[in-house]
Design a protein around this ligand. Structure first.
Ligand code: GAR
Length: 195
C-alpha cells in the first residue's frame, strides 16, 4: 500500500512504550496499513521517545506546564500544532498519564483513543492491575476506548479479558494484561484505516 493510503498516527505516551512497539510490529507485519508520524511524551526520558526516533517519526517532549496530571491550554495548543503539521489523523494514547483537555479533544473529535489495563468501567485511573487484585477479581483485562474529558470514562470500543491467577502479583498480572493490549490496540487501530 502506498504512502497516501496509510492512516497517519500520532502516539502520546509517558513510559516504556511497549504498546507503541506493538503498533510498529503490526505495521511491519503488514496487518496495519498505517504510519506513525508523531510521537509525543511529557517525560523527557520516556522509552517511547527513543523508540519513536528509531522509526524516523517526529518525536517531541512537550512541557506540560503547571497543571498536575493535566495539560494546560498552551501545551495542548502546541500538541495540536505538531499533530496537524504531521498530518495526524488518529491520536493514540499509549500509557499517557495526563488528562486530555478541551483543546485537543475539539481538534480530534472521536479520533483520540486510549488503551487501559482493566475491563472498564472497573478500575479507572492508575494502578489498574493492583486495583483488580485488591478487589479479588478472577477476571480482568484491557480496554480500548474513545477519550473524553474524564479519566478512562469514554465510550468503549473493544475489550479483551485476562484471567487472574491465584499466585498473581501486580507485576505478573500487568505483564499478562499487556500481552493482551499488544494484540487489541493494533487491531482496533486497523478498523480506522482505509480499506
Ligand atoms: C499500559 O499498560 C497502558 O494500558 C497503561 O500504561 C501502560 C503503558 O505501557 N495506561 C494506563 O494505565 C492509563 N490509565 P507501555 O508504555 O509499555 O505501552
Amino acid at each position: 500500500m502506498s504512502g497516501p493510503d496509510l492512516l497517519r498516527l500520532g502516539v502520546l505516551g509517558s513510559g516504556y512504550g511497549s504498546n507503541f512497539a506493538a503498533i510498529c510490529r503490526a505495521i511491519d507485519q503488514g496487518v496495519l496499513p498505517a504510519r506513525i508520524t508523531a510521537v509525543l511524551s511529557d517525560q523527557p526520558g520516556a522509552g517511547i521517545l527513543e523508540l519513536g526516533r528509531t522509526i524516523g517519526a517526529r518525536t517531541e517532549c512537550i512541557v506540560p506546564g503547571i497543571a498536575r496530571g493535566r495539560l494546560d491550554p498552551a501545551t495542548e495548543e502546541k500538541i495540536v500544532a505538531i499533530l496537524r503539521e504531521e498530518k495526524v489523523e488518529l491520536v493514540i494514547l499509549a500509557g499517557f498519564m495526563r488528562i486530555i483537555g478541551p483543546g485537543l479533544l475539539a481538534a480530534y473529535p472521536r479520533r483520540i483513543i486510549n488503551v487501559h489495563p482493566s475491563l472498564l468501567p472497573n478500575h479507572r485511573g492508575a494502578q489498574a492491575a493492583a486495583q483488580a487484585l485488591a478487589a479479588g477479581d478472577q477476571v480482568t483485562g484491557c480496554t480500548v476506548h474513545y477519550v473524553d474529558q474524564g479519566v478512562d470514562t469514554g465510550e468503549i470500543i473493544a475489550q479483551q479479558e485476562v484471567e487472574v491467577r491465584p499466585d498473581d502479583t501486580t507485576e505478573t498480572l500487568q505483564a499478562r494484561i499487556q500481552v493482551a493490549e499488544h494484540a487489541l490496540l493494533p487491531s482496533v487501530i486497523a478498523t480506522f484505516a482505509r480499506p
